[in-house]
Design a protein around this ligand. Structure first.
Ligand code: DC
Length: 227
């Protein structure tokens, strides 16, 4: 990782809108984008394809260290299009099933450390916007600016529901609400790299804000830091 490349981190729980905000921010600044959740989702998919069990930490870590991942830049509705071992992966990693599987394998220290180098590899001039759960706390602790986004579970379930329906993916709101609460629990309470704001992060509660409102606050912080 180069110290001279500026990094902005955006962390927060599932459905808070990190991906959309990160995409707008990276596009405005002309910086690179790391969707770290996509890496955990790709590993979830690869483990399913290769029949590595969800409780096989060593097998999962090995798979993570062998994964060949690259991103094609996307758009507002899908910030990045990932390629796994050179093959484009479609919406199959964006469904809730894959998200839940990703959250389960993300508990393992071996998996997280296997993905660390891959994440650092995204640092490149003129700068990187990285979104996830532990970007500001573990992966990029020296980041120039750290943002932590939050929103009520109800608002996040509604947003996720709309996002999935807009993509033509079938979804049930009550089930999504339940899964979001379960995933929050797991991501917040795991022993390693839990979902918590970095001590020097700026907190933005997005419950009553639209995308423009959140972006305006993030951009104000970016300008204040002279980025
Ligand atoms: O952001 P997402 O919903 O695509 O992430 C899917 C899961 O991956 C999430 O529930 C937990 C895990 N994850 C993680 O542990 N650390 C990250 N930096 C990003 C995602």
């Amino acid at each position: 990782m180069s110290n001279s490349v500026p990094v902005i981190t955006l962390d927060g729980p599932s459905g808070v809108g990190k991906g959309t905000i990160a995409w707008h921010l990276a596009t405005k600044l002309g910086w690179h984008l790391l969707d770290s959740g996509a890496l955990y989702r790709l590993l979830a998919l690869a483990s399913k394809q290769q029949q590595v069990a969800l409780d096989d930490e060593q097998g999962l870590a090995q798979l993570a260290s062998q994964m060949d991942v690259s991103f094609r830049s996307g758009d507002e509705s899908c910030p990045v299009y990932p390629l796994l071992n050179g093959v484009a992966v479609g919406d199959e990693i964006r469904n809730e099933n894959c998200g839940n599987r990703a959250s389960q394998i993300a508990r393992y220290p071996g998996v997280r450390s296997a993905l660390l180098g891959l994440q650092h590899g995204f640092v490149s001039l003129p700068g990187l916007v990285a979104d996830g759960r532990d970007m500001g706390t573990v992966v990029f602790p020296q980041a120039e600016l750290k943002i932590f986004l939050s929103a009520s579970p109800e608002a996040r379930a509604q947003r996720r529901y709309k996002q999935l329906r807009d993509k033509g993916i079938d979804a049930s709101l009550p089930r999504l609400s339940r899964e979001i609460v379960e995933r929050d629990e797991r991501d917040r309470n795991r022993a390693i790299a839990p979902l918590i704001p970095a001590s020097d992060a700026i907190d933005i509660d997005t419950t009553t804000l639209d995308i423009e409102g959140v972006l305006a606050r993030v951009m104000a912080a970016v300008q204040q830091r002279g980025l």
